[in-house]
Design a protein around this ligand. Structure first.
Ligand code: GLY
Length: 368
């Protein structure tokens, strides 16, 4: 089977790698290059219980995908020569006041009910456990299953593995239109046409610009996220991801910390702003006081691809079943990459419609 994957973010390259692993012939097209959209700014958090509401379709998708992560990374480690940073060191949600404590204790009850392992640390215990925290911390909820992955190294390893297995990558390719013609598909750019048996639309925030014949444009909108990349200079880095009321902080083995993130409706503006940096610096200093002595290495920006219900669009269009959506992953692209690849590959190569397609079908926007 020949599949054209449009979009080389973490979702597109995960699908390309999984398809080539199963013997498909894959061409990947992108307007910039692998991982140059939202993936380049991702903090790489694998934290479903902090990202998604209890008993929601999003939480189901995120926990299913997290369960695939060990095997997903293990398969890539040979080719990446161990260069993918991946750790399942848990995450700590921190309360800085009594309302925060009440909220986290509510989360703890919900996690207990569903059998998710977590631990409540009161104000003394939390400061002992994580000495980099502010003395004003009122308590913290440790979620043990959570983890992190270096998004850039992950994308590089996926591209490398897919290329070794025969995938081709072409960029910059812009102005795409897609059409199913009987048993085949055509993808057209300004002066080029690609033919195949199926196409996957993994174009993230730019999905609305892809014209699919007979199908309304996918109403994905960009939500800007600014992040600080800090070099830690004083005291110990936190030992795991810390979520506070105004930001999160992700520590890396090279002694840096990623602090995120703003969520701004500013269209396709990928600029950084004083207000964004100010919100993140004050948020992280409130939580981790030694952040005030850290050096700012860079300010990163990514456009998260959001759909109105904040669920991704994954699955075929009913009216054009050889065209498959894999976009709109909003805050959870890196986390949802292994599951998205598995669902798309199982559909394309085995004809399996995963039950998750009921919630993620791209047809849900045509109904409204
Ligand atoms: N997943 C974290 C963020 O989107 O900021």
């Amino acid at each position: 089977m020949r599949v054209i994957v449009v979009g080389a973010g973490v979702i597109g390259v995960s699908i390309a790698e999984a398809l080539t692993h199963r013997g498909a012939d894959v061409a990947v097209l992108d307007m910039r290059g692998p991982g140059r959209g939202a993936s380049q700014a991702s903090a790489g958090m694998l934290t479903p219980y902090s990202e998604a509401e209890g008993s929601s379709p999003l939480l189901d998708l995120c926990t299913r995908s997290l369960a695939l992560y060990d095997a997903f990374i293990a398969r890539l480690l040979d080719v990446s020569r161990g260069s993918i940073e991946y750790a399942r060191t848990g995450s700590l949600d921190v309360a800085l006041d009594d309302d925060g404590v009440a909220k986290l204790l509510g989360t703890k009850v919900a996690l207990d009910t569903t059998g998710v392992e977590s631990e409540w640390l009161d104000e003394n215990a939390v400061r002992q456990f994580e000495p980099s925290l502010t003395p004003a911390a009122h308590g913290g909820l440790l979620t043990l299953d959570h983890g992190l992955v270096g998004a850039e190294s992950l994308v590089n390893a996926l591209v490398h593995q897919a290329r070794l297995a025969g995938a081709t990558f072409e960029f910059p390719i812009e102005s795409l239109s897609i059409e199913q013609l009987g048993e085949s598909v055509e993808v057209r750019a300004l002066d080029r046409t690609w033919s195949g048996d199926a196409v996957v639309v993994a174009t993230g925030s730019w999905s609305r610009r892809v014209k699919i014949a007979g199908v309304p444009a996918l109403p994905v909108r960009p939500v800007r996220g600014q992040l600080l990349h800090l070099q830690w200079c004083e005291g110990d880095l936190p030992g795991r991801i810390i979520w506070g009321p105004h930001c999160y902080a992700v520590p890396w083995s090279d002694g840096t910390l990623l602090v995120g993130a703003t969520a701004e409706d500013v269209g396709f503006d990928e600029g950084t702003t004083v207000a964004g940096v100010n919100a993140l610096t004050s948020g992280v200093i409130d939580m981790l006081p030694h952040a005030s002595g850290a050096r700012i290495e860079s300010v990163r920006v990514g456009l998260r691809p959001a759909l109105a219900d904040e669920l991704p669009a994954i699955g075929p269009f009913t009216s054009a079943p050889r065209i498959v959506a894999a976009t709109g992953h909003y805050r959870c692209g890196v986390l949802l990459a292994p599951l998205t690849a598995e669902l798309v590959v199982n559909y394309l190569l085995d004809g399996r419609h995963d039950p998750a397609f009921v919630a993620t079908t791209p047809d849900r926007f045509a109904r409204n």
